[in-house]
Ligand binder design. Structure first.
Ligand SMILES: *[C@@H]1O[C@H](CO)[C@@H](O)[C@H](O)[C@H]1NC(C)=O
Ligand SMILES: *[C@@H]1O[C@H](CO)[C@@H](O)[C@H](O)[C@H]1NC(C)=O
Length: 324
């Protein structure tokens, strides 16, 4: 049974006891928890030290969350190397280095998820280590990791064929090689976020090979063409497609997408001036029942579809922003 050890909760419990007593009691019962959550902690050091000193806890610990915990450095990651971790969250831990993260993941062959949001250091060493040591990795969040390059993503894709969730938001240094490698080696990808990472038309088109794709975020993909987005029509499982500010698109791309994706639940056309009422009509023919979220704000080409009309075409629409 999974349980979470929350540092804030624990520190209030500990205030009644001498800290070491509190820790001692909790660490005597490792089966009660397998997750150490120090997110946002102002002082994560004592908790990590106690965990590190305790052999009792070692068997149980699987998930560690150090998201925005103050002062986390490589030496803290070293203390975690003796556990067989499955999930690691180092979001916002800006002091950890590429080498430090690489060394930790090399000690975690059962790793299934890692989140490194807004780390400007991690790059090819970490991705190579994941590739070589973590074949079961399914979720990787590199949102805001601006040092990540094609070389690293190619490595990752080659060694981690079980990836299902990949967040490359704001990875602005990626080119076609990275996306091509993911489409080729990781056929199980379900969620792919490329917001503000500027994929080319070719890169987007290649995602049409991902037959399990459910969610794609292309917000800000100025290079997206009708042909590229139309190719995503081959992803029949797509539920959520975000095309905000894909300014080149016209009805042709949206119609091709709609024809293949009959399970669409959420679609953003925000800011696309080239789409007209014809695109809305085409969507109503393919995903009238499934669509519940639609953003057409700034779509100056859509003139006849006010809220009442959209509700008629898409009876399950609950959340929508309409150009007015
Ligand atoms: C990646 O992490 C960021 C920051 O926590 C979060 O907003 C985003 O949803 C995550 N991506 C995925 C695919 O879970
Ligand atoms: C589209 O993506 C952007 C960036 O991820 C997000 O801020 C926006 O809320 C999304 N829109 C919809 C309708 O999901």
């Amino acid at each position: 049974m999974a349980a979470v050890l929350l540092w804030p909760l624990l520190s209030s419990a500990a205030s009644a006891l001498a800290p070491s007593d509190a820790w001692h009691q909790i660490l005597q019962h490792p089966s009660l928890w397998n997750s150490l959550d120090l997110r946002g902690s102002q002082n994560p050091e004592p908790a990590l030290q106690h965990i590190s000193d305790s052999h009792v806890a070692a068997e149980a610990l699987r998930n560690v969350v150090l998201e925005f915990a103050v002062g986390i450095e490589d030496r803290h990651l070293q203390q975690l190397e003796r556990y067989n971790l499955e999930e690691i969250n180092l979001n916002g831990c800006q002091k950890v280095t590429d080498r430090g993260v690489a060394e930790l993941v090399r000690a975690c062959p059962s790793l299934t998820a890692i989140s490194l949001y807004w780390n400007l250091n991690v790059g090819v060493e970490t991705l190579k280590a994941l590739s070589e040591a973590c074949p079961r990795l399914s979720q990787v969040n590199l949102s805001g990791c601006k040092a990540v390059t094609d070389l690293g993503i190619v490595q990752l894709a080659q060694g981690c064929p079980q990836l299902t969730h990949v967040d490359l938001t704001r990875c602005t240094r990626l080119g076609d090689t990275a996306y091509t490698a993911l489409a080729k080696h990781c056929p199980n990808i379900e969620v792919l976020r490329m917001y503000a990472s500027m994929p080319s038309a070719l890169a987007i088109q290649g995602c049409g090979a991902l037959s399990h794709l459910r969610v794609i975020d292309l917000c800000g993909a100025h290079a997206a063409t009708d042909a590229a987005v139309g190719a995503l029509g081959a992803c029949h499982e797509l539920r959520e497609v975000n095309l905000t500010w894909c300014i080149q698109l016209t009805d042709a791309g949206i119609c091709a997408l709609g024809q293949g994706c009959r399970k669409l639940e959420s679609l953003s056309l925000h800011g696309i001036r080239g789409v007209t009422d014809a695109a809305i009509q085409a969507l109503a023919e393919s995903c009238s029942e499934s669509l519940h979220t639609l953003d057409t704000s700034g779509c100056t080409g859509i003139v006849q579809h006010d809220r009442a009309r959209l509700k008629q075409l898409f009876p399950n629409l609950r959340c929508f922003v309409v150009h007015s």
